[in-house]
Design a protein around this ligand. Sequence first.
Ligand code: CUK
Ligand code: CUA
Length: 643
Amino acid sequence: MRKSINIFISIIMVAGLVSCNDGGQKKGKRGAQGGLATNAAERVYVAPGELDEYYAFMSGGFSGQLAVYGLPSGRLLKVLPVFSQNPENGWGYSEETKPMLNTSFGFVPWDDSHHPDISQTNGVLDGRWVFINGNNTPRIARIDLKNFKTEEILEIPNSAGNHSSSFITENTEYVVAGTRFSVPIPQKDMSIKDYKGNFKGSLTFIKVDQETGRMNIKFQLMMPGFNYDLSHPGRDKSHGWFFFTTYNTEEAHSLLEVNASQNDKDFIAAVNWKVIEEYVNNGGGTKVPAKYAHNILDENTHTATSTMLDEVLTVNPMDVPGAVYFLPTPKSPHGCDVDPTGEYIVGNGKLSADLTVHSFTKMLDAIEKKKFDGEAYGIPILNFEDILAGVVKQPGLGPLHTEFDDKGNAYTTFFISSEVVKWKVGTWEVLDRQPVFYSVGHGMIPGGNSRKPFGKYFIALNKITKDRYLPTGPELTQSAQLFDISGEKMELLLDFPTIGEPHYAAAIPASMIAPNSRKIYKLAENKHPYAALTDGDVKVVRDGKEVHIYMNMIRSHFNPDNIEGVKVGDKVFFHITNHEQDFDVPHGFAVIGANNAELLVVPGATETLVWEPKQVGVWPFYCTDFCSALHQEMQGYVRVSPA
Ligand code: CUK
Ligand code: CUA
């Protein structure tokens, strides 16, 4: 059964790609089918010296980072390091930032980032923070948009494959993380064959402090051993609920044979988090031992600390009446998307020919009348027909994700038939379709994940690039495609490359980002314990085998620039403070033979590079970032004597 489905999919995929290749995209023959808008160049052109209209934060996928693009130009503005070490700016190499990548598994300098989500107030983007998940070693990061810096990373215990994350509630009360893989909780040595009934999934609700943005796990809901794929918050009328798609409700432990995808319908789990919050606030739940790291970058010292936590509050859904219901949804739903009114919950059944849309009002009604169609592990299953709002009939093949505009339209991506389909919320009729190149995953409309979408652009985040760019060996980077959706028909404007696999993205009008109040760190406010704030603070201090060098830098010299007294076998700490107080004047620092990376020190900050010299000699160091006409003069020597 499973095998025949796979064959079916492969055939369609091949057919889809072939037909896309013939889809009118050949040079000089651009037609209506996937054709470029006639004046596309003009509509994406941001003249030299002018600024883009939107910031787009695009997940870096297996790069572990978050890329910032300008829209509509598609210009890459910056790669923000999050879960992976980044030599370009010393992230995860400097002593200040290393603790950010600490986990209960030790130092983990890589992850797979999927879903950025921008903080909201009253369901509207507010531009304070971006959250993003690390899929592999379960983590959630918070990037502060005052300075575009990763300021916090929280590991998620009792989770594996942190995929159903990191989506936020409409006042950023919670950022939510759901486990893709179910696992033994707590982890233990047991037979994989005993998965069914014994493995568990966890849905984690992380409270966000409204002042600081700091995250703390409020509770973990312990769920049956399904796969929890994606999630979305309720909004407006459904605020207080969170929806999670599931697959493998068969609880198959191996997908080699007939197992998962057998069931005609899987579930969307509807979680009433307000009820659980109240239960927990009244002392409900069970504290269990759990080891997980909480890493915070202090904004005054620009230094991270990692704290290992040792317990977490778990909640059994059976103990909280009204907490969880299952909405039957055909077939192995992937994306789970709620429209801006909060009424409609779209289940994108990967293997289904139709798109199923549930009604929140009907769901509440069925719950009130206690009209259930059985239960799974004690969790009531609602009747499919009772909660159905409508069906988009045969819109395409392999639906993955749906986004919404500000005019009551939805845009669903179809991986297999490689297209985006626009349909009307409420009438369920298909209004337009455009091919994409190729095999789109998520789509994104700025604010398309909130009560107030900015419905001008749609970006298709494509998994396969093939013939869209000049070949670069056996692999091309993934691609994004920008559509103008302000008219009746979607119009293709631009292709542009992405960093790693672009899973999801979030975008916001540039005017809504909090004023860059931390564009320059004031030197006077630098509280780093090793800062050399004046030339009087400059010194070399030996402490056993450790040598601490308090150094500063400004165009165009280091102070000190001749260092003696270091011996082979020492551990040398270069603590370097950048005295610049102008915007965009970082200096770099590299020393010969360092086995880590360089530093990039922004104005007003202090960063530390560790160097363990192995050879006697007089060794140079220099600034790595071209900073003035005398950049090449920004250099120095460190003398290393025998041990
Ligand atoms: S996922 Cu659906 S296409 Cu959101 Cu990780 Cu990539
Ligand atoms: Cu400082 Cu180049």
